[in-house]
Design a binder for this molecule. Structure first.
Ligand code: UGA
Length: 437
């Protein structure tokens, strides 16, 4: 059992804290936001993440997981400190490392004995070295080892991804640190989860290379889907057949309105910038970014075409605001680009999302919110579906036709049956699936 302090209680920090306490370690999660800690101590979870509440509750009651705003004390007590603060995108497209640097300073000032300092936050290659330097400058020559241990958690499936990962990446220049970190993940180690021991820079690069590759895969399939639209091929069958080739794999071959979220858009841009900085061409990465931006606009174009090029005064029912299902996160979601464009063209927006509406309200857009899909579509000129929530997959299309003023649908997630839409007489579009056999 190790004493571990996690700094930052965002979705990475919280899931990591809960997951590591589930492995039997004694974990303290800290944050500068006192209010957040107060709420966590009352059992409130600030984000919507399936299974998180129950795993937090279980480990809190077993006294393996606690929340504190006394960061200095928690640093002093810990054998291992895990940095999980945010690294948002700065104005210049580079990651904003202010929070990371402040944490490193604080760790240095409170370093009282040998510790492992481990970063989970996604940081540009080379940041580990900087963090080490800051800690060293601020500490009184007390020995510590630095580890990069990137996370591969998907929002909406983060707890599961933590407990049953595909691999663990541990980057360090110290053998002792590898051994200690392997002990942290001991239950996974025993389960034969692959553990990749490498240096800090390689570990940092693995995270960016993985996220950017997945983002690139999505942009690629989106372009193929767009071409399917023009040539009469069906992307659904194309993706399925491609995925059966073991070298390609069926995952991340679902076309849509473009990827969003707090990771892919930021990470792929950071990788492109890293290329620029190092004078290395990143043509595929640049293209994936361009395609993704254009894909969102393409959805506006498709909707406009369905409505005979008139969006003015048309009521559009938008179902789904979150960047993907099982999350209330709207960061860089297609909805945040597409809805303002529709408003600019003087369309009226009626919307419903099972959990993301509160977050969307903070954008202060002049749109109407409803408590269920039926009310949102009632009397609308068209339906625009943006997130593949399960409750939208099960929409009764006859009921939908009855509720809409005109039976027009743009399904950007390809979840509604094209055969049923066709036989019920809908005018519809999607991403690469127009064919009716
Ligand atoms: C992503 C990675 O999948 C995680 O492994 C990584 O840890 C995380 O970023 C991170 O860096 O923290 P996440 O952003 O939560 O996770 O969500 P994904 O499930 O990867 O989806 C990202 C976006 O791609 C969503 O907008 C989704 O709708 C879109 N997507 C995904 C597609 O358009 N098509 C697909 O086939 C798959």
């Amino acid at each position: 059992m190790k004493k571990i302090t996690i700094i930052g209680t965002g979705y990475v920090g919280l899931v990591t804290g809960a997951g590591i306490s589930e492995f039997g370690h004694e974990v303290t999660c800290v944050d500068i936001d006192k209010n957040k800690i107060k709420k966590l101590n009352l059992g409130e979870i600030p984000i919507y993440e399936p299974e998180l509440k129950s795993i937090v509750k279980r480990n809190k009651s077993k006294e393996r997981l606690k929340f504190s705003d006394n960061i200095n004390e928690a640093i002093k007590e810990a054998e291992i400190i895990i940095i999980a603060v945010g690294t948002p995108q700065g104005d210049n497209g580079y990651s904003d490392l202010t929070a990371i640097e402040n944490v490193a300073k604080r760790i240095g000032k409170n370093l009282n004995n040998y510790k492992i300092i481990c970063t989970k936050s996604t940081v540009p290659v080379g940041t580990g070295k900087k963090i080490e330097e800051i800690i060293r400058l601020n500490s009184k020559s007390i020995k510590f080892d630095y580890v990069s241990n990137p996370e591969f958690l998907r929002e909406g499936a983060a707890v599961r991804d933590f407990l049953i990962p595909d691999r663990i990446v541990i980057g360090s220049h110290s053998k002792k640190a590898f051994k200690i970190m392997e002990d942290v993940y001991r239950p996974l180690f025993l389960n034969e989860t692959p553990i990749i021991n490498t240096n800090v820079e390689t570990a940092e690069m693995i995270k960016y290379a993985s996220n950017a590759f997945l983002a690139l895969k999505i942009s690629y399939i989106n372009e193929i889907a767009n071409l399917c639209d023009s040539v009469g091929a069906d992307i659904h069958v194309v993706s399925k057949a491609m995925g059966q080739d073991g070298r390609i794999s069926p995952k991340f071959l679902h076309p849509g309105p473009g990827f969003g979220g707090s990771c892919f858009p930021k990470d792929i841009l950071a990788l492109a910038n890293s290329g620029k900085k190092n004078n290395v061409k990143m043509n595929t990465i640049e293209a994936a970014i361009k395609t993704n931006n254009e894909q969102k606009l393409r959805m506006v174009f498709k909707l406009r075409s369905l409505l005979n090029n008139k969006l003015k005064n048309k009521t559009i029912a938008v179902l789904g605001l979150a960047f993907k299902p099982q999350t209330d996160d709207i960061r860089d979601a297609a909805s945040t680009i597409i809805i303002p464009k529709l408003i600019k063209e003087e369309a009226i927006i009626n919307t419903y999302d099972p959990v993301a509406m509160e977050n969307f309200k903070s954008l202060k857009l002049n749109i109407n919110y409803f408590n269920n899909w039926e009310d949102a579509v009632k009397g609308a000129d068209a339906l625009l579906l943006l997130t593949e929530w399960n409750e939208f997959r099960g929409i009764d299309l006859s009921k939908l036709k009855f509720l809409l003023k005109t039976p027009i649908v743009l399904d950007t997630k390809n979840i509604l049956s094209i055969h049923n839409l066709h036989s019920l007489g809908f005018k519809f579009d999607n991403v690469g699936r127009k064919v009716i056999n």
